[in-house]
Each structure stands twice: as structure tokens, then as C-alpha cells.
Design a protein around this ligand. Structure first.
Ligand SMILES: O=C(O)c1ccccc1N[C@@H]1O[C@H](COP(=O)(O)O)[C@@H](O)[C@H]1O
Length: 210
């Protein structure tokens, strides 16, 4: 199970969390989010992270130009598109050399017809719980809605994941599932990650990886 830790914005926690060696670290570039990082973290701090960790910029309906500028400035290798970005934008960003993760909100069903046009242009999908905000709502959706998933794009599970889900996630077998995204369930305040809880979660998930 790959692990992405998202919503990094405070410098002390960044070093502690990076030391846990998650596969991906996410930085929120959506100004309305309490985890908006651009004013809080210097670009050099992000650029200085170990090369083994994929640095992901999370954007909500940003232009390709804005995304590419942030990618250059912060040394991002991947983008998570968490709004209504069209397939053509995924294609552009992939052609620019970024790994592309497209997020979709899940309510009572997974709408496969909506996903199909994105298949050729995305490295990963990410399924998050539908809520009032574009992301970071802290609520879990019914993962069994993905039991019939049969598209060739692997995906991350997101939405309210917390330590209490560790055992269930470590044992979870769903078609296409390759990773989990840890965000508000591992914070002491919005944007302030709890490295201790993250360490416990990573240990639980990694036991099953080996
Ligand atoms: O976390 C945010 O504030 C955020 C804002 C805008 C877009 C995405 C955001 N976070 C992403 O939301 C999901 C679920 O988070 P949570 O576990 O429910 O807190 C996750 O993929 C984050 O990357």
C-alpha cells in the first residue's frame, strides 16, 4: 500500500513527517484551504526533501500555467487535481512531465462514465468523500462502492482516513487500490500534522506491505 501524507504546511512537522519516508507528500495550493501552504513554507524547504519522496501539489481548478509555475518553484513531481479539471488539462500536465493524479468525489455511487475520458491521461485516480469543501472534509465514504472497479488506472483512497482505520485499511483488498491519502485525520490543528499518529499508521500499513 502506497502512502501519501497530504496538507503539509508547517516546517517542523515537514521534517518529522519526511523522516517517516511516506511515498508521497502533498502540499495544498488551494487558497481557500486551511492547509494552503504557499505563504507558510519556503520553496527551498520543499525542494530540499529527499528525492525518494514524490512531492505532490494539490490544486482546485487552477490554470495549467499556475500549476506549472508552482511545480517549477517548489520542485513538484506530481499534481493532484481536486476540482472539475477536464481530461485535456490532465493531458497537458502529463506532457509537461508531471505525474497526474485526478481526484473524484464519491457520494452514493462511483460514476464510471465520468471517469472514462480521464483514463488515457492519468497515472492515478483518487477517490475522496463528497462534502461541502472540495477536499479535506474529514469524512469517510463507503469503500465497498469500489468493489466493482475495473478501469486500468490505479487509485488512492482518501477522505477522513484516521488511525482507527489502520487495521481495516491494511487488510483491505479492492481492485485497483494501490494507496491511501492521509490528511485531516492526522492533525492536531488544520495543517499541523501529528508525526506520532502518522508513524503508527505507516507502521500498520507497512506490516502488510512486506
Ligand atoms: O485538505 C484540504 O484542505 C484540501 C483542500 C482542497 C482540496 C483538497 C484537499 N485535501 C484533500 O482532500 C482529501 C481528503 O482529505 P481528508 O482526509 O478528508 O481530510 C485528501 O486527498 C487531501 O489531499
Amino acid at each position: 500500500m502506497l502512502v501519501k501524507v497530504c496538507g503539509m504546511r508547517d516546517e517542523a512537522a515537514l521534517a518529522e513527517v519526511a523522516a517517516l519516508a511516506p511515498d508521497f507528500l502533498g502540499f495544498i495550493f488551494a487558497p481557500a484551504s486551511p492547509r494552503y501552504m504557499a505563504a507558510a513554507l519556503a520553496a527551498e524547504k520543499v525542494q530540499g526533501l529527499p528525492a525518494s519522496i514524490w512531492k505532490v501539489g494539490v490544486f482546485v481548478n487552477a490554470t495549467t500555467e499556475t500549476i506549472l509555475e508552482a511545480a517549477r518553484r517548489f520542485g513538484l513531481a506530481a499534481v493532484q487535481l481536486h476540482g472539475q479539471e477536464p481530461p485535456a488539462q490532465c493531458e497537458e500536465l502529463g506532457e509537461a512531465g508531471l505525474l497526474v493524479m485526478k481526484a473524484f468525489s464519491v457520494g452514493n455511487a462511483v460514476n464510471v462514465a465520468r471517469l472514462l475520458p480521464y483514463v488515457p491521461f492519468c497515472d492515478f485516480f483518487l477517490f475522496d468523500t463528497k462534502g461541502a469543501a472540495p477536499g479535506g472534509n474529514g469524512t469517510v465514504f463507503d469503500w465497498s462502492l469500489l468493489a466493482g472497479y475495473n478501469l486500468p488506472v490505479p487509485y488512492f483512497l482518501a477522505g477522513g482516513l484516521a488511525l482507527e482505520h489502520a487495521a481495516e485499511l491494511a487488510a483491505l483488498r479492492l481492485p485497483g487500490l494501490v494507496g491511501v491519502d492521509l490528511n485531516s485525520g492526522f492533525e492536531t490543528a488544520p495543517g499541523v500534522k501529528d508525526a506520532g499518529r502518522l508513524a503508527q499508521m505507516l507502521q500498520a500499513l507497512r506490516v502488510n506491505r512486506e
